[in-house]
Write a protein that binds this ligand. Structure first.
Ligand SMILES: Nc1ncnc2c1ncn2[C@@H]1O[C@H](COP(=O)(O)OP(=O)(O)OP(=O)(O)O)[C@@H](O)[C@H]1O
Ligand SMILES: [Mg+2]
Length: 253
């Protein structure tokens, strides 16, 4: 069981209040959809949750432990992983290597150089490889293990990024627009993967403009509007909320 608690989380950039006093609690697993118009503060909130960006005020706790104020590395060690709005893969490395690299200690280049030399390094390499192979299997990339990442279709590159995020065995996985630029069938396949991860007990926070996909896979949907939480409920509740329909779904009242 994982509990994520945000209290009065606020992030300002100069005069801009990007995230404005967000307070919520989420217990155990499921896909939590996070939607809202451009500039609503979704990425800023993910940055705050992952330690990539600082909070101006407020607090974030994971299973009771305060994680706000920690560096991204430390937050990751607490079990929070993320992907980015823009793909950040090692394009010239294979799919397997992309998943393997972040598991290596220290700077990846020197680590790789050292590892392929010494016997103890080789053994570690085997273990790391086995873990990476398991992750590829989990996201359906086993057939592409030795393919150079940049040569894959975009939808599969997205999976590589997710496999890499899973390498840290996260309890909370933060995804920033993972469906952007995907075909309909790629979106459906990836959404199925999120459902599977959530069914295994992971909390998957899904930031996405594809509202239909969010509604189909989420057990809870949060709507941000100008940094503040406008709505919070099941997909049905949020879809029916007049404030959401006016502010976000663009409907006339
Ligand atoms: N580093 C920054 N410096 C200054 N302002 C920023 C910075 N990052 C974000 N902002 C501002 O904070 C607000 C929220 O931006 P954010 O990127 O979090 O929105 P978003 O909901 O992710 O939007 P999108 O759907 O377009 O990705 C915007 O007004 C944005 O211009
Ligand atoms: Mg964003």
């Amino acid at each position: 069981m994982t509990t994520l608690e945000l209290s009065q989380v606020t992030v300002r950039f100069g005069g801009v209040v990007a995230v404005d006093g967000v307070t919520l609690r989420h217990d155990t697993g499921g896909v939590v959809g996070l939607i809202g118009p451009n500039g609503a503060g979704k990425t800023t909130l993910l940055n705050a949750l992952s330690g990539v960006g600082r909070l101006t005020s407020g607090q974030i706790r994971l299973d009771g432990q305060v994680v706000s104020g920690l560096t991204a590395d430390k937050v990751a060690r607490h079990g929070v992983a993320r992907t980015f709005q823009n793909l950040q893969l090692f394009g010239s490395l294979t799919v397997l290597e992309n998943v393997l690299v972040p598991q290596l200690p220290g700077h990846w280049a020197s680590a790789l150089a050292g590892i392929f030399g010494l016997p103890s390094g080789r053994r570690m390499h085997r273990e790391v490889r086995a873990t990476a192979a398991g992750l590829l299997d989990q996201v359906g990339l086993t057939p592409y293990a030795d393919t150079v990442a940049s040569s894959l279709p975009y939808g599969l590159q997205r999976r590589v990024e997710i496999a890499r995020a899973l390498a840290g065995r996260p309890r909370v996985l933060l995804l920033d627009e993972p469906l952007a630029g995907l075909s309909r069938s790629e979106s459906v396949d990836l959404t199925d993967l999120f459902a599977k991860l959530a069914a295994d007990g992971m909390t998957v926070v899904l930031v996405e403009h594809d509202v239909a996909s969010v509604m189909s896979v989420s057990s809870r949907v949060l709507v941000l509007d100008r940094g503040a939480l406008l709505a919070d409920g099941t997909p049905a509740q949020v879809t029916a909320d007049p404030a959401v329909r006016t502010a976000y779904l663009g409907e006339e009242e």
